[in-house]
Design a protein around this ligand. Structure first.
Ligand code: 3PG
Length: 305
Protein backbone atom coordinates (compact mmCIF):
# COMPACT_ATOMS: atom_id res chain seq x y z
CA UNK A 1 0.00 0.00 0.00
CA UNK A 2 1.15 3.54 -0.64
CA UNK A 3 1.06 5.86 2.36
CA UNK A 4 1.34 9.57 1.58
CA UNK A 5 2.46 12.03 4.26
CA UNK A 6 1.20 15.42 3.09
CA UNK A 7 2.15 18.27 5.37
CA UNK A 8 2.01 21.90 4.36
CA UNK A 9 3.74 22.48 7.73
CA UNK A 10 6.29 19.60 7.81
CA UNK A 11 7.05 17.22 10.65
CA UNK A 12 10.61 17.22 12.02
CA UNK A 13 13.07 15.07 9.97
CA UNK A 14 13.30 12.59 12.86
CA UNK A 15 9.51 12.17 12.88
CA UNK A 16 9.51 11.53 9.12
CA UNK A 17 12.31 8.98 9.56
CA UNK A 18 10.32 7.12 12.22
CA UNK A 19 7.08 7.30 10.19
CA UNK A 20 9.04 5.75 7.31
CA UNK A 21 10.38 2.97 9.56
CA UNK A 22 6.91 2.05 10.82
CA UNK A 23 5.38 2.21 7.34
CA UNK A 24 8.10 0.28 5.50
CA UNK A 25 8.44 -2.13 8.42
CA UNK A 26 4.79 -3.04 7.86
CA UNK A 27 5.49 -3.67 4.17
CA UNK A 28 4.10 -0.44 2.73
CA UNK A 29 5.73 2.39 0.78
CA UNK A 30 6.00 5.99 1.91
CA UNK A 31 5.67 9.12 -0.21
CA UNK A 32 6.26 12.61 1.10
CA UNK A 33 4.74 15.93 0.07
CA UNK A 34 5.94 18.82 2.22
CA UNK A 35 5.45 22.59 2.13
CA UNK A 36 3.09 22.39 -0.82
CA UNK A 37 1.40 25.64 -1.76
CA UNK A 38 -1.70 24.62 -3.74
CA UNK A 39 -4.44 22.01 -3.26
CA UNK A 40 -3.78 20.65 -6.77
CA UNK A 41 -0.36 19.48 -5.59
CA UNK A 42 -2.00 17.48 -2.82
CA UNK A 43 -4.58 16.03 -5.23
CA UNK A 44 -1.84 15.02 -7.66
CA UNK A 45 0.32 13.41 -4.96
CA UNK A 46 -2.69 11.53 -3.53
CA UNK A 47 -3.87 10.19 -6.91
CA UNK A 48 -2.55 6.67 -6.27
CA UNK A 49 -2.32 6.76 -2.45
CA UNK A 50 -4.05 4.14 -0.31
CA UNK A 51 -3.54 6.05 2.94
CA UNK A 52 -2.92 9.64 3.87
CA UNK A 53 -1.34 11.29 6.92
CA UNK A 54 -2.02 15.02 7.31
CA UNK A 55 -1.84 17.78 9.92
CA UNK A 56 -4.06 20.86 9.45
CA UNK A 57 -4.06 20.22 5.70
CA UNK A 58 -7.44 20.57 3.98
CA UNK A 59 -8.93 17.22 2.98
CA UNK A 60 -12.10 17.87 1.00
CA UNK A 61 -14.48 16.28 -1.48
CA UNK A 62 -12.24 17.23 -4.42
CA UNK A 63 -9.36 15.39 -2.76
CA UNK A 64 -11.42 12.23 -2.29
CA UNK A 65 -12.49 12.42 -5.96
CA UNK A 66 -8.86 12.78 -7.02
CA UNK A 67 -7.71 9.84 -4.85
CA UNK A 68 -9.91 6.85 -5.78
CA UNK A 69 -7.69 4.29 -4.03
CA UNK A 70 -7.75 6.10 -0.69
CA UNK A 71 -8.97 3.95 2.20
CA UNK A 72 -7.87 5.81 5.31
CA UNK A 73 -6.88 9.35 6.31
CA UNK A 74 -5.21 9.95 9.66
CA UNK A 75 -5.04 13.47 11.01
CA UNK A 76 -1.79 13.46 13.03
CA UNK A 77 -3.24 15.62 15.77
CA UNK A 78 -6.43 16.20 17.69
CA UNK A 79 -8.74 18.54 15.77
CA UNK A 80 -10.13 17.18 12.50
CA UNK A 81 -12.19 20.17 11.41
CA UNK A 82 -9.91 20.35 8.34
CA UNK A 83 -11.36 17.08 7.04
CA UNK A 84 -14.74 16.85 5.34
CA UNK A 85 -16.09 13.85 7.24
CA UNK A 86 -19.30 13.59 5.22
CA UNK A 87 -17.32 13.52 1.98
CA UNK A 88 -14.95 10.92 3.46
CA UNK A 89 -17.84 8.69 4.52
CA UNK A 90 -19.51 9.08 1.11
CA UNK A 91 -16.23 8.07 -0.53
CA UNK A 92 -15.92 5.06 1.82
CA UNK A 93 -12.79 6.45 3.47
CA UNK A 94 -12.05 5.99 7.17
CA UNK A 95 -10.90 9.08 9.08
CA UNK A 96 -8.94 8.87 12.34
CA UNK A 97 -7.12 11.32 14.59
CA UNK A 98 -4.36 10.76 17.15
CA UNK A 99 -5.86 12.20 20.34
CA UNK A 100 -3.49 13.24 23.11
CA UNK A 101 -0.29 12.83 21.11
CA UNK A 102 0.47 16.54 20.92
CA UNK A 103 -1.42 17.60 24.06
CA UNK A 104 1.61 18.35 26.20
CA UNK A 105 3.16 20.51 23.47
CA UNK A 106 0.02 22.64 23.24
CA UNK A 107 -0.28 22.82 27.03
CA UNK A 108 3.28 24.10 27.36
CA UNK A 109 2.48 26.81 24.82
CA UNK A 110 -0.58 27.84 26.85
CA UNK A 111 1.57 28.30 29.96
CA UNK A 112 4.23 30.08 27.90
CA UNK A 113 1.61 32.49 26.58
CA UNK A 114 0.20 33.02 30.09
CA UNK A 115 3.64 34.05 31.33
CA UNK A 116 4.34 36.14 28.25
CA UNK A 117 1.07 38.02 28.79
CA UNK A 118 1.67 38.34 32.54
CA UNK A 119 5.12 39.85 31.83
CA UNK A 120 3.84 42.28 29.21
CA UNK A 121 5.49 40.45 26.31
CA UNK A 122 8.82 40.71 28.17
CA UNK A 123 8.91 44.45 27.52
CA UNK A 124 10.31 45.24 30.95
CA UNK A 125 7.05 46.85 32.14
CA UNK A 126 6.00 45.57 35.58
CA UNK A 127 3.86 42.50 35.18
CA UNK A 128 2.39 39.87 37.48
CA UNK A 129 3.18 36.33 38.58
CA UNK A 130 0.85 33.53 37.60
CA UNK A 131 1.33 31.80 40.95
CA UNK A 132 -1.78 32.27 43.08
CA UNK A 133 -3.83 33.46 40.09
CA UNK A 134 -7.03 31.82 38.87
CA UNK A 135 -6.99 29.84 35.63
CA UNK A 136 -10.22 28.85 33.89
CA UNK A 137 -10.23 26.11 31.25
CA UNK A 138 -13.03 26.03 28.69
CA UNK A 139 -13.35 22.25 28.08
CA UNK A 140 -11.38 19.55 29.85
CA UNK A 141 -9.91 17.32 27.17
CA UNK A 142 -6.36 16.08 26.81
CA UNK A 143 -4.73 19.51 26.33
CA UNK A 144 -6.65 21.03 29.26
CA UNK A 145 -5.64 18.17 31.54
CA UNK A 146 -1.98 18.84 30.84
CA UNK A 147 -2.48 22.60 31.28
CA UNK A 148 -4.20 21.98 34.63
CA UNK A 149 -1.37 19.78 35.91
CA UNK A 150 1.34 22.26 34.89
CA UNK A 151 -0.64 25.26 36.19
CA UNK A 152 -1.17 23.60 39.56
CA UNK A 153 2.61 23.14 39.73
CA UNK A 154 2.88 26.91 39.31
CA UNK A 155 0.52 27.37 42.25
CA UNK A 156 -2.47 28.47 40.20
CA UNK A 157 -6.08 27.83 41.24
CA UNK A 158 -7.63 25.92 38.35
CA UNK A 159 -11.29 25.63 37.42
CA UNK A 160 -12.94 24.28 34.28
CA UNK A 161 -16.20 23.64 32.52
CA UNK A 162 -16.92 20.76 30.16
CA UNK A 163 -20.43 19.46 29.45
CA UNK A 164 -18.93 16.15 28.26
CA UNK A 165 -16.75 15.54 31.32
CA UNK A 166 -18.14 14.51 34.74
CA UNK A 167 -17.39 16.79 37.71
CA UNK A 168 -15.59 13.90 39.46
CA UNK A 169 -12.97 13.81 36.70
CA UNK A 170 -12.29 17.52 37.18
CA UNK A 171 -12.19 17.19 40.95
CA UNK A 172 -9.89 14.17 40.67
CA UNK A 173 -7.44 16.37 38.78
CA UNK A 174 -7.61 19.07 41.48
CA UNK A 175 -9.77 21.26 39.25
CA UNK A 176 -12.89 23.07 40.48
CA UNK A 177 -15.96 22.67 38.24
CA UNK A 178 -17.35 26.07 37.15
CA UNK A 179 -21.14 26.46 37.39
CA UNK A 180 -21.48 28.13 33.99
CA UNK A 181 -19.45 29.40 31.09
CA UNK A 182 -20.20 32.97 32.16
CA UNK A 183 -18.90 32.18 35.63
CA UNK A 184 -15.74 30.66 34.15
CA UNK A 185 -15.03 33.86 32.23
CA UNK A 186 -16.05 36.20 35.07
CA UNK A 187 -14.15 34.36 37.78
CA UNK A 188 -10.67 33.84 36.36
CA UNK A 189 -7.58 35.94 35.74
CA UNK A 190 -6.56 33.79 32.81
CA UNK A 191 -9.03 31.85 30.63
CA UNK A 192 -7.78 29.28 28.15
CA UNK A 193 -9.98 27.97 25.33
CA UNK A 194 -9.89 24.26 24.49
CA UNK A 195 -13.08 23.58 22.54
CA UNK A 196 -13.06 22.11 19.03
CA UNK A 197 -14.49 24.00 16.06
CA UNK A 198 -17.91 22.47 15.38
CA UNK A 199 -21.16 23.97 14.01
CA UNK A 200 -22.21 24.54 17.66
CA UNK A 201 -19.00 26.27 18.79
CA UNK A 202 -18.13 28.44 15.78
CA UNK A 203 -18.46 32.12 16.74
CA UNK A 204 -19.64 31.13 20.22
CA UNK A 205 -17.11 33.21 22.19
CA UNK A 206 -18.14 36.82 21.79
CA UNK A 207 -19.03 39.94 23.72
CA UNK A 208 -21.07 38.24 26.43
CA UNK A 209 -18.18 36.09 27.59
CA UNK A 210 -15.17 38.26 26.77
CA UNK A 211 -16.64 41.37 28.43
CA UNK A 212 -17.35 39.28 31.54
CA UNK A 213 -13.60 38.79 32.16
CA UNK A 214 -12.37 40.48 35.34
CA UNK A 215 -10.03 43.48 35.29
CA UNK A 216 -6.62 42.74 33.81
CA UNK A 217 -7.59 39.29 32.53
CA UNK A 218 -5.91 37.36 29.74
CA UNK A 219 -7.79 35.24 27.19
CA UNK A 220 -5.68 32.53 25.55
CA UNK A 221 -6.77 30.65 22.43
CA UNK A 222 -4.70 27.70 21.24
CA UNK A 223 -7.77 25.91 19.90
CA UNK A 224 -9.32 27.25 16.68
CA UNK A 225 -9.81 30.84 15.52
CA UNK A 226 -13.32 30.04 14.30
CA UNK A 227 -14.70 29.70 17.83
CA UNK A 228 -14.20 33.44 18.42
CA UNK A 229 -16.61 36.11 17.24
CA UNK A 230 -13.80 38.31 15.96
CA UNK A 231 -15.84 41.49 15.49
CA UNK A 232 -17.08 41.32 19.08
CA UNK A 233 -13.60 40.51 20.38
CA UNK A 234 -12.34 43.66 18.67
CA UNK A 235 -15.14 45.74 20.19
CA UNK A 236 -14.40 44.49 23.69
CA UNK A 237 -10.64 45.06 23.27
CA UNK A 238 -11.49 48.66 22.31
CA UNK A 239 -13.76 49.14 25.32
CA UNK A 240 -11.60 47.32 27.85
CA UNK A 241 -7.95 48.49 27.71
CA UNK A 242 -7.15 46.10 30.58
CA UNK A 243 -7.87 42.86 28.64
CA UNK A 244 -5.31 40.85 26.67
CA UNK A 245 -5.85 38.29 23.89
CA UNK A 246 -3.04 35.85 23.09
CA UNK A 247 -3.65 33.24 20.41
CA UNK A 248 -1.90 30.49 18.50
CA UNK A 249 -4.53 30.86 15.82
CA UNK A 250 -4.32 34.25 14.15
CA UNK A 251 -7.73 35.91 13.86
CA UNK A 252 -8.84 37.32 10.52
CA UNK A 253 -8.44 40.84 11.96
CA UNK A 254 -4.95 40.12 13.38
CA UNK A 255 -3.13 42.90 11.51
CA UNK A 256 -5.54 45.56 12.79
CA UNK A 257 -5.51 44.22 16.35
CA UNK A 258 -1.69 44.15 16.34
CA UNK A 259 -1.60 47.71 15.12
CA UNK A 260 -4.18 49.05 17.57
CA UNK A 261 -3.38 46.98 20.64
CA UNK A 262 0.27 45.95 20.22
CA UNK A 263 0.82 45.60 23.98
CA UNK A 264 -2.30 43.53 24.56
CA UNK A 265 -2.40 41.00 21.76
CA UNK A 266 -0.01 38.34 20.55
CA UNK A 267 -0.37 35.91 17.66
CA UNK A 268 2.10 33.23 16.67
CA UNK A 269 3.34 33.77 13.10
CA UNK A 270 2.38 30.18 12.29
CA UNK A 271 0.24 27.78 14.33
CA UNK A 272 2.85 26.48 16.78
CA UNK A 273 1.06 24.54 19.52
CA UNK A 274 2.02 21.12 18.18
CA UNK A 275 5.29 22.28 16.67
CA UNK A 276 7.76 20.41 18.88
CA UNK A 277 10.08 17.51 18.03
CA UNK A 278 8.26 15.42 20.60
CA UNK A 279 4.74 16.16 19.38
CA UNK A 280 5.76 15.60 15.74
CA UNK A 281 7.21 12.26 16.67
CA UNK A 282 4.30 11.21 18.90
CA UNK A 283 1.54 12.22 16.49
CA UNK A 284 3.34 11.19 13.29
CA UNK A 285 4.35 7.74 14.53
CA UNK A 286 0.91 7.17 16.07
CA UNK A 287 -0.64 7.97 12.68
CA UNK A 288 1.71 5.57 10.87
CA UNK A 289 1.02 2.81 13.41
CA UNK A 290 -2.74 3.35 13.13
CA UNK A 291 -2.52 2.97 9.35
CA UNK A 292 -0.38 -0.16 9.64
CA UNK A 293 -2.86 -1.63 12.15
CA UNK A 294 -5.80 -0.85 9.90
CA UNK A 295 -4.20 -2.54 6.92
CA UNK A 296 -3.10 -5.49 9.08
CA UNK A 297 -6.47 -6.40 10.58
CA UNK A 298 -8.99 -3.60 10.15
CA UNK A 299 -8.31 -2.02 13.57
CA UNK A 300 -9.96 1.42 13.60
CA UNK A 301 -10.01 2.38 17.26
CA UNK A 302 -9.54 6.11 16.59
CA UNK A 303 -12.09 6.37 13.81
CA UNK A 304 -14.10 9.61 13.87
CA UNK A 305 -16.51 9.09 10.95
C1 3PG B 1 -4.34 19.72 16.66
O1 3PG B 1 -5.55 19.83 16.43
O2 3PG B 1 -3.82 18.64 16.94
C2 3PG B 1 -3.47 20.94 16.67
O3 3PG B 1 -4.20 22.07 16.33
C3 3PG B 1 -2.20 20.79 15.83
O4 3PG B 1 -2.29 21.24 14.51
P1 3PG B 1 -1.04 21.12 13.53
O5 3PG B 1 -0.75 19.67 13.31
O6 3PG B 1 -1.45 21.82 12.27
O7 3PG B 1 0.13 21.81 14.15
Amino acid sequence: MKVLVATEKPFSPKAVEEIRKVTEGAGHTLALLEKYTAPEQLREAAADADALIVRSDIVDKALFEAAPKLKIVVRAGAGYDNIDLAAATAAGVIVENTPGQNANAVAELVIGMAIMAARNKFSGATGFEISGKRLGLQAFGQVSRHVAAIARGFGMEVSAIDPYCPAEVLEGAGVKPAASLKELYAGNDIVSIHIPATPETVGSIGRELIAALPKGAVLINTARKEVINEAELEEVLAERPDIKYFADVKPGNAARLEELYADRVFFTPKKSGAQTKEANLNAGVAAAKQIAAYFADGTDRFRVN
